[in-house]
Design a protein around this ligand. Structure first.
Ligand code: ADE
Ligand code: ZN
Length: 332
């Protein structure tokens, strides 16, 4: 099964580029930028990764990314991820970035997006991995800052497929960003947002995302199983869920494998992704292996998870069909 998963053409739809910052690259960027890190080695840094909920993870995540300063830093970050993705036979990725996590500490938006964009172009040419960017707003910052970031992104509109919402969900419901999302839609952006697992008011947040905001996709969203009507709505609208089993195990009490199984059985377009692989020590291959192991998934079910993913990408129909044909050729 491990080999079958390795050869399966894969799609990654829930991946924070800042969450791919491996300790080795952190040390390299710290050296490059003349910064001191409070660890003696990459191993020591990894050993200090201790989190058991979303806030404790986010603290380490935001601290870690402070070594990212220049355009080449963002290029190296994204290129490092895309190389690993290519090794795992990821054929296509939609990649989140958090501009406010950088602009809020003085790194210009332009520096961030130019570095990422250049890596995406090089990866497509050299590695054959295609990728697009999704700009996330930090929900624990004010809505006005998100709106300003949206306006700042408009000169780069063609480089960004859509917008997302991440960071600490507690007390930061989708409704807080209704006007920002309305404007994003007017500008032609596609819409997704995190509805993290087992958060306060999780089901109400999912309801707002679907019914009030009108998202095209939901990131995580497993708690939708607590509301039959919302399940029917995502089925009717074909809204996909980007689940991250190993991430779930780090920020809640479990991988939520049984919930993912239920969603699969209901026919919801559920997908398997890695979230913050440098912190959770698992890229998409390892996430699929873990879920396969927990649920005894068959080859057909694994292939279906990847079909779901390509189906809910923000790609034109002919590109989706080309990737789906790759899966069919592999499975047969
Ligand atoms: N930022 C990076 N990873 C995240 C996650 N899983 N949830 C919310 N915000 C995030
Ligand atoms: Zn996430």
């Amino acid at each position: 099964m491990k080999d079958f998963i390795a050869g399966l053409p894969k799609c990654e739809l829930h991946l924070h580029i800042e969450g791919t910052l491996e300790p080795e690259l952190k040390f390299e960027l710290a050296r490059r930028n003349g910064l001191e890190l409070p660890y003696a080695s990459a191993e020591e840094m990894r050993a200090a990764y201790a989190f058991d909920d979303l806030p404790s993870f986010l603290k380490i995540y935001y601290e870690g990314m402070q070594v990212l300063r220049t355009e080449p830093d963002f290029y190296d970050l994204a290129m490092g991820y895309l190389r690993r993705a290519a090794e795992q036979n990821v054929r296509y990725a939609e990649i989140f970035f958090d501009p406010q996590a950088h602009t809020s500490r003085g790194v210009p938006f332009d520096v961030v997006i130019r570095g990422l964009r250049r890596a995406l172009m090089d990866a497509e040419a050299r590695l054959g991995v295609r990728a697009q960017l999704i700009m996330c707003f930090l929900r624990d910052f004010q809505a006005e800052y998100a709106m300003a970031t949206l306006l700042e992104s408009l000169p780069y509109r063609e480089w960004i497929a859509g917008v997302g919402l991440d960071s600490d969900e507690k007390g930061n419901p989708p409704a807080k960003f209704a006007a920002v999302y309305e404007r994003a839609r007017q500008e032609g952006y596609l819409l997704t947002m995190h509805c993290d697992v087992d958060q306060d008011n999780a089901v109400e947040h999912i309801r707002q995302a679907i019914e009030d905001i009108g998202v095209d996709r939901i990131d995580h969203g497993v708690n939708i199983l607590e509301d039959q009507r919302l399940v029917e709505t995502v089925l009717a609208r074909g809204i996909g869920l980007t689940c991250c089993p190993i991430s779930n195990g780090h920020v809640t009490d479990s991988m939520k494998a049984e919930g993912i199984r239920k969603l699969m059985d209901l026919g919801v377009r559920v997908t398997v992704n890695s979230d913050d692989p440098a912190y959770f020590a698992a890229y998409v291959q390892e996430n699929l292996e873990a879920l396969q192991n927990a649920l005894q998934l068959t080859r057909q079910e694994l292939a279906q998870l990847e079909r779901n993913a390509f189906e809910i990408t923000w790609l034109p129909r002919h590109r989706k069909d080309a990737y789906l044909a790759e899966i069919n050729a592999y499975v047969s």
